[in-house]
Design a protein around this ligand. Structure first.
Ligand SMILES: Cc1cc2nc3c(=O)[nH]c(=O)nc-3n(C[C@H](O)[C@H](O)[C@H](O)COP(=O)(O)OP(=O)(O)OC[C@H]3O[C@@H](n4cnc5c(N)ncnc54)[C@H](O)[C@@H]3O)c2cc1C
Length: 391
């Protein structure tokens, strides 16, 4: 067993840490206040090669895998979860293409993500179908004009990066619309420039400003046969793609928790009250120790989950390990940001400090890509089915 990062990943971690401190930290507050997409940071990430971390070398990326991407995201999320989300979006929509796409799809769509000349987003959720994804109503019907082609109609919502994307991974019902069978759903690559594709309402949200979340409206969109990802009825793809993403979302959580704790520690060492520093009180020290321990526990869960995903172990039997990382790290982000804010008192509540921003941003993490409750259900099922068992 080896807990040390291989040299190339340790180097990557160092590069991402420097970029996070020098480029991301100074921009975090302004991104939140203006809500404008930080093109400058996208450019920094592009130049540093961070947009191609999860893309294999054959398709223009660096092949650093899920673990490489998670390490970079952890560093960036110490200061800005919006910037971390920009990196995450290099994997979320491309995952199904990498897992089951055709060679032609990989060659056509992946190199642009790695080079930063293209962006993508992931459309699974619908207003009435979040956790309950099979309740989706977006429908694909066979295109009478093109053999093997499809016509899509529907509405996707809460889609991260919807406004910046050039293409979307979209899930739609190809079978009976009222069916709850998984093989009634298929994944498609849909280009933004196609007729009938329109960005709808952009959400007003609590945090993670700067990367828009919003609707995608699909009206009689003609999708050619070569843009079906995997096989028709291959909904399993969405689940496999999301399973492999658990450590990536978890990395946003551990980075945020680390950033918040480090900030609070610097503050309590400086803050004077009752003739001492706040850091001198045992009550404060125990909070610091508790969070530091939980951060390290979350990191171990996350790095192992990333390693598993990179070994292709993101199928059903590995789900509990992947879900644990997402559940634990994102709940920790909420807890750590709340405790950090509390340690700063009134100052922590004010926009003069990043604590209130971390607190708002953290709340997104326990909802996206499978809520805490959904992860707990998956972990429990894994234990009941003995995928996770200890004898
Ligand atoms: C900022 C943001 C960005 C997002 N980006 C994307 C994106 O890029 N692409 C995309 O497709 N979606 C995206 N989403 C949507 C996200 O995936 C969904 O919000 C999530 O899946 C939950 O669905 P829901 O909001 O409809 O909640 P619901 O499914 O309605 O759940 C409501 C509550 O009930 C709980 N619950 C659900 N089932 C159970 C159960 N069986 N037992 C107990 N409790 C349960 C849930 O955990 C939750 O707390 C984003 C959401 C947000 C907030």
């Amino acid at each position: 067993m080896d807990f040390d990062l291989p040299e190339e990943l340790a180097d990557l971690q160092g590069i991402a840490r420097r970029i996070a401190r020098e480029k991301v930290l100074p921009r975090a507050r302004a991104i939140d206040e203006t809500g404008e997409y930080p093109e400058d940071l996208f450019d920094v990430f592009r130049q540093a090669g961070l947009l191609g971390l999860c893309i294999p070398e054959d398709y223009g990326g660096s092949g650093a895998g899920i673990l490489g991407l998670a390490l970079a995201i952890e560093e960036v999320a110490k200061y800005s979860n919006a910037a971390a989300l920009m990196l995450l979006l290099t994997r979320l929509p491309t995952g199904p293409v990498m897992i089951a796409g055709s060679e032609e799809q990989k060659k056509r769509y992946l190199p642009a993500i790695a080079s930063g000349t293209g962006r993508a987003a992931f459309g699974l959720s619908e207003p009435q179908a979040g956790s309950d994804v099979v309740a989706m109503r977006t429908r694909a019907t066979p295109d009478p004009a093109t053999a093997g082609g499809w016509i899509l109609n529907g509405l996707k919502c809460w889609m991260s990066g919807v406004a910046q994307a050039d293409w979307y991974t979209i899930f739609a019902k190809t079978g009976d619309p009222s069916s709850r069978a998984h093989d009634s759903i298929t994944a498609f690559i849909v280009e933004r420039a196609w007729q009938g594709v329109e960005v709808g309402r952009i959400d007003r949200k609590m945090g993670v400003h700067g990367v828009d979340t919003g609707e995608l409206v699909l009206r009689d969109v003609h999708v050619p046969p070569e843009n079906v990802i995997g096989e028709v009825g291959g909904f399993r793809l969405a689940m496999l793609g999301l399973n492999a993403m658990r450590p990536v979302v978890a990395a946003r959580g551990i980075g945020l928790a680390e950033g918040a704790l480090m900030y609070a520690v610097d503050y309590v060492k400086d803050r004077e009250l009752f003739g001492k520093h706040l850091a001198d009180f045992q009550g404060t020290q125990w909070k610091v120790a508790e969070l530091a321990t939980e951060i390290e526990a979350a990191r171990l869960l996350t790095y192992r989950a990333a390693w598993l995903a990179d070994q292709g172990r993101f199928t059903r039997e590995w789900v509990p390990f992947l879900s644990m990382a997402k559940y634990y790290a994102t709940e920790l982000a909420v807890k750590a940001s709340g405790m950090a804010l509390q340690m700063l008192g009134a100052a922590g509540y004010m926009a003069d400090h990043l604590t209130e921003l971390w607190y708002r941003d953290a709340r997104q993490l326990t909802i996206v890509e499978g809520t805490t409750e959904i992860q707990l259900g998956l972990i429990a099922r894994g234990v009941m089915d003995r995928d996770l068992w200890w004898d």
